[in-house]
Design a protein around this ligand. Sequence first.
Ligand SMILES: [Zn+2]
Length: 312
Amino acid sequence: MNNIIGVDIGGTNVDMGVVREDYEVIEYTRFKTKKDSVSKLLEDICSVVIPLAEKYDCKVIGIGSPGRTADNRTIIRSGNIPYDNTPVVDIVAERTGLEVYLDNDASCALYGEKFAGAGRDVSNMIVITIGTGIGGGIMIDRKTYHGYNNRAGEIGHFIIDINGRPCSCGLHGCFEQYASVKAFITRAKIAAVQNKNSILFKMAGGNIENLGGRLPFRAMALGCEVSEKVIEEYIYYLACGINSLSKIFQPDLFVLTGGLTNEGEIITDMLKPHLLDGVEVKISPLKGKAGLIGAALIKKERESYALPLEKV
Ligand SMILES: [Zn+2]
């Protein structure tokens, strides 16, 4: 494998990098996702790709994006970006002249962990990507489980409370309504407003719009009981989801990426007492780049078990 360009399209940012044969990211760049126009978004990407490909002699580019990619060339739709049966592979290939691969962003995070991260030595693994929503990738006997029409791994939308919070997917009580970063921040804001004497509310300068995912952890470190309660509730729900998945798949390892995993060991330490026996959870060692590295490895992933390159 020569140098490959990896692109990780997120709801907020696009992360791009050149990934070397040893999976090191040798050049990295990030810019805001243009969510109002897919053609502008793809043009932004191509205008960065072309000089990068020339500088590092890249022939291949891999793109990970939210949304359904039934034929691995076209994105049908996505909750965050206005794709409408967009032929992403054809557009980028025509503009850049490169060999282009496309896959779901959570699947890319799985490939990143499988080849370059926490999952190099395990047979069965579930990667949980925690962001605005929750995504997932499932590896069984070192093969990715795609399911019908490439739709498996939507672990943000299994139900953990049948009378629970409404979800954008139309169901109630989905896992991501409790364990996503968005859910965490929403709960923290509610708790801060209800407890205006709390360290959390004061640290937000009395304005909950300043409240992001990190602030409750900083407040908890200073002894904020309100923050501690919000974090404990969040961790409990996260553990419920992980335990349920372990009952179905019993993987050797769960890997958490994105969002709050920047907080590191505090997350795994707080999870541990809630996890069932034999459930192993690690934070991704790839420091937020699992999706980018995995996008660069889509070709390797598909070749590794001779699936048709165009259609899974
Ligand atoms: Zn849902």
